[in-house]
Design a protein around this ligand. Structure first.
Ligand SMILES: C[S@@+](CC[C@H](N)C(=O)[O-])C[C@H]1O[C@@H](n2cnc3c(N)ncnc32)[C@H](O)[C@@H]1O
Length: 650
């Protein structure tokens, strides 16, 4: 937490110093009270050592409030303005004047026009009319929703095939080290995994439903509600995702132009704007669409946040912004005893006008080069030639480092003089292990989602199992920059499992042992992931493995049945079963339903389905771990044992 954040947190202790509407400090009130040397305000400020030392002067043993310094600071501190609130209202972050924070709602599913949900099936036509239920729960409806859930159907897969799961591998600190694929609603799966993996994940890569509109007629929501529903869905997940990240972790979210702005505002709020490290444009579909009315989108985005200032990129060489994939050796075409390098001018050519002589005087100084070019010095020497950082076109710029640091750097042996067209040039050896700067424009053809996603996946199976997977290399390069060693990688919108595949691929490439955790809700997609990762293990004759399991369904099973029902008669049968076997909301009046069946029958099938789903208690979608011994769930002895081993009493 930086100083401003800390100061604001302290001031928030007294709600008179806080403006709820903008969710920030009430600047005028604070300044007013400061001038009055208000006891409550002083009390808050003097309590904290750092704040005290900033705004109080110590005279003998007394601390004296420096009003002017404090007021000056508060006047200049960044405070959210009302226009920000207005924007949040207009983008749907606020509904009915309340922000998402205040509403504290939970959206369980985001079913609507996920291109993959709609188009990702083998038998697409059969699935087209599938109805998904999106329901927003208010805070007071939630009690057991986020409790850990019972896991079932455990299986382990290696290159050799399927094995029974007997236990879980753990590292020295006791954390599960197995690659995991978990089927179930990601929000609930995340809450189940939290105790085990909180603070342990290095990279979360997600590719959520893009909310791209399309089959809008299946939904009655207007657009802003539509965005706000999507935002609620995302907010619930991003907030819990944050808890999983290590202090030096990252989260990378794939998104397209439809929701980029909305997601950006939300993610800034969750992760902190200062932690947004970049928005990368990825050329995933260079051809675009033939029939676009206006622009045809050829790229999408990867929006990246760090967990904290201690998150750092690895030095890597991606060639992300080169159209043709030149081999590393073509670029790093020189070699010495330390390895390969490329020659770079020691004049700072980047940085635009900021690195001109007139703007950065400390970088403008002469270097002295011996006649045989072997020695370079920052100090004048007899017989040495004086060289200034002037480009071939005569522009006066600066050296890459200031004079004071030059001698030390020269001793490292990576700065040398050479002759170009009769002129002496000072150069630096740019080594591969320093990596190349990672740009925000990824246009290399390896990111083409059709070639390195759809076709690559199809080539593994000889049939199309999934539409629109990400390019393997878009994910792999993200992993390269942000993970190493035994890092944990998580993807809770796993789709076809590209993130798992990329993790294995990169481990193969660099010999590291990254671990993946994938979560996917849809049966069909979870099957694709299993098949895909199994195939990768087989093809590579890999020594790696993964453990698969599912959240044990309870009311979710009833929802599945409702979704699959083709007519009212079937739905009424399910209703009877619901009364008998499943968990209904407390306020559902069974008798009234039965008395009014005629009215129910008059509704459309879609409405009937919605009513039934709404009556099911969402706290009981899956079986809570605390109920593992309850005989009505018929949980096998083996599963009970494995749940014990997985959760270890957590
Ligand atoms: C855009 S796709 C991800 C594609 C993936 N990156 C790939 O390369 O294959 C989003 C996935 O998230 C899944 N999903 C959507 N809502 C979910 C939820 N609430 N819980 C778990 N998975 C969900 C969808 O079923 C879909 O497979």
């Amino acid at each position: 937490m930086n100083f401003d954040q800390k100061l604001k947190e302290k001031l928030k202790q007294n709600m008179e110093f806080w403006d709820e509407e903008i969710n920030d400090i009430n600047r005028n009130e604070i300044i007013d009270r400061a001038y009055k040397v208000d006891k409550d305000l002083i009390g808050i400020l003097i309590d904290d050592k750092e704040i005290r030392e900033t705004f109080f002067d110590k005279i003998k043993e007394y601390w004296v409030f420096n009003v002017n310094k404090f007021v000056d600071y508060i006047e200049n501190i960044k405070v959210l303005s009302n226009s920000y609130t207005k924007f949040k209202n207009s983008v749907g972050l606020n509904v009915n004047g309340k922000s998402l924070n205040e509403r504290g709602e939970v959206s369980l599913v985001w079913p609507f026009k996920d291109c993959v949900l709609e188009g990702g099936m083998t038998k697409e036509d059969q699935k087209r009319n599938e109805i998904f239920f999106n329901e927003i729960l208010a805070k007071d409806e939630i009690d057991r929703l986020f409790d850990s859930k019972v896991l079932t159907n455990f299986k382990k897969y290696t290159a050799k095939g399927e094995e029974q799961v007997k236990d879980f591998n753990r590292d020295g600190k006791g954390t599960i080290k197995d690659n995991l694929i978990i089927k179930g609603n990601n929000l609930l799966a995340l809450h189940s995994l939290k105790k085990e993996f909180a603070g342990k994940v290095k990279l979360i890569y997600i590719d959520p439903p893009y909310n791209t509109g399309g089959s809008a007629e299946t939904f009655t929501y207007n657009n802003s509600f539509n965005h706000s529903t999507w935002l609620t869905f995302m907010k619930n997940r991003l907030e819990v995702a944050k808890d999983f990240l290590r202090d030096d972790g990252f989260i990378s979210i794939a998104i397209d132009h439809e929701e980029l702005l909305y997601l950006g505002v939300l993610a800034d709020e969750v992760f902190g704007r200062e932690n947004r490290v970049g928005i990368v444009s990825i050329l995933h579909n260079p051809e675009g669409r033939q029939n676009a009315k206006y622009f045809t989108a050829t790229h999408e985005y990867l929006i990246v946040y760090r967990k904290s200032i201690s998150s750092e990129f690895n030095p890597v060489y991606l060639q992300e912004n080169s159209k043709d994939s030149k081999e590393i050796n073509d670029v790093y075409d020189k070699r010495d005893e330390k390895g390969i390098y490329k020659e770079e001018n020691f004049i700072r050519l980047g940085g635009g006008d900021a690195c001109l002589r007139k703007n950065k005087l400390a970088g403008w100084y002469p270097l002295y080069v011996s006649e045989d070019l072997r020695d370079i010095s920052g100090n004048k020497k007899q017989g040495y030639k004086e060289i200034y950082p002037i480009t071939d076109s005569g522009q006066e710029r600066t050296w890459k480092i200031i004079k004071k640091s030059f001698e030390d750097k020269f001793k490292d042996g990576d700065i040398y003089a050479t002759k170009k067209n009769g002129k002496i040039r000072i150069c630096e050896k740019y080594r591969i292990d320093k990596g190349s700067p990672i740009t925000t424009c990824w246009i290399n053809k390896k990111y083409n989602a059709k070639k390195s996603g759809t076709n690559l996946l199809q080539s593994l199976f000889d049939e199309k199992l999934f539409s629109y997977p990400k390019s393997l290399y878009a994910v792999l390069d993200t992993l390269k920059i942000m993970t190493s060693n035994n890092d944990v990688v998580m993807d809770f919108f796993a789709g076809s499992g590209t993130t798992g595949h990329a993790t294995l691929e990169l481990n193969k490439e660099d010999g590291e042992k990254r671990q993946f955790i994938l979560i996917e809700q849809l049966d069909t997609h979870a099957d694709v992931i299993k098949k895909r990762i199994k195939k990768v293990l087989e093809n590579d004759k890999s020594k790696e493995s993964f453990t698969y399991c599912e959240l044990l369904k309870y009311n979710e099973e009833a929802i599945d049945k409702i979704q699959d029902a083709k007519d009212t008669k079937t739905l009424l049968k399910i209703w009877d079963e619901m009364c008998e076997k499943y968990f209904l909301n407390y306020d559902v009046e069974i008798k009234k339903f039965n008395d009014n069946k005629k009215d129910f029958e008059k509704m459309t099938l879609k409405q009937q389905k919605e009513v039934l789903v709404e009556m099911l208690n969402k706290n009981q979608l899956y079986v809570n771990l605390s109920e593992v011994e309850d005989s009505q769930f018929k949980i096998s002895k083996e599963d009970k044992e494995l749940n014990k081993k997985f959760y270890r009493g957590k």
